[in-house]
Design a protein around this ligand. Structure first.
Ligand code: ADP
Ligand code: MG
Length: 238
């Protein structure tokens, strides 16, 4: 298959992360080189403990590699200072987690607005973005509900709206269907798929859900911290 002309949005080169715990070295990630292309849904799969979350944290600049380099939109992450990284995470990356990560005392709309407040966006713009994002995930009629008044699938859609409201370039989702039944999980994956198609957002999903592997344009498989396979969907790029 011919290589695409498009530059990767994220690239890792010989990435390794060794944790030191109680005098022991844990090789969470070893020599991982991969490219993630814009406008695609990329899956990172592998068993529990294979290094998926470690890789996602490194890409997000939440953790430092022991070795290797990460490029995010052509910038080396290691060359950004703390403030620049924070800005990158707030403005260009959206996060979705297995456990939703919603604040229990806030309504759906307030939860979606939290990152926009941290960015000190003007109130009118915040309200417009919150309403737009909740409408996009189909939860306009649940905006006053608190997390405990919502189903798991609805809570994950709020989390997705929160990520979306930041207008990120990339959404990093760590096992977003891990706490959902398969039918609800399918809906969340469908929404992520539509984000790629309709809004051109690059989506990276960490998962061991077979459905994610079916839906993704590219699947990177980790085993014991190493990249052992990369599979490309036939139809995703010609
Ligand atoms: P996955 O997300 O694929 O389940 P992780 O990236 O969370 O895997 O973990 C990879 C390996 O690194 C595991 O063996 C895990 O126990 C270890 N690990 C993860 N985080 C830490 C940490 N903060 N300190 C020590 N070891 C860790
Ligand atoms: Mg994990």
């Amino acid at each position: 298959m011919s290589q695409p002309e498009i530059a990767p949005i994220i690239r890792t080169e010989h990435l390794s992360r060794v944790y030191h715990l109680a005098g022991e070295d844990i090789h969470a990630l070893t020599d991982v080189s991969l490219a993630i292309y814009p406008g695609q849904m990329t899956a990172i799969v592998g068993r529990s403990g294979s290094g998926k979350t470690t890789l996602l944290n490194l890409i997000a600049g939440l953790d430092e590699p022991t070795n290797g380099v990460i490029w995010f939109e052509g910038q080396k992450l290691a060359e950004l200072d703390g403030e620049a990284r924070l800005q990158l995470r707030r403005e260009r990356i959206g996060f979705v987690f297995q456990s939703f990560g919603l604040l229990p005392l806030l309504s759906a709309a307030e939860n979606v607005g939290v990152p926009l407040r941290m960015r000190r966006l003007p109130r009118q713009e915040r309200e417009a973005r919150v309403a737009g994002a909740l409408a996009w995930v189909g939860l306009t009629d649940r905006q006053r509900h608190r997390p405990y008044e919502l189903s798991g699938g609805e809570q994950q859609r709020v989390a997705l709206a929160r990520a979306l409201a930041a207008r990120p370039h990339v959404i990093l989702a760590d096992e977003p269907t891990g706490q959902l039944d398969s039918q609800t999980g399918r809906k969340i994956i469908g929404l992520l798929r539509r984000l790629v198609a309709e809004q051109g957002i690059t989506v990276v999903i960490v998962s061991h859900d077979p459905l994610v592997m079916e839906e993704a344009d590219v699947v990177h498989e980790l085993r014991d911290g190493r990249l052992i396979a990369t599979r490309q969907k036939e139809t995703s790029r010609s």
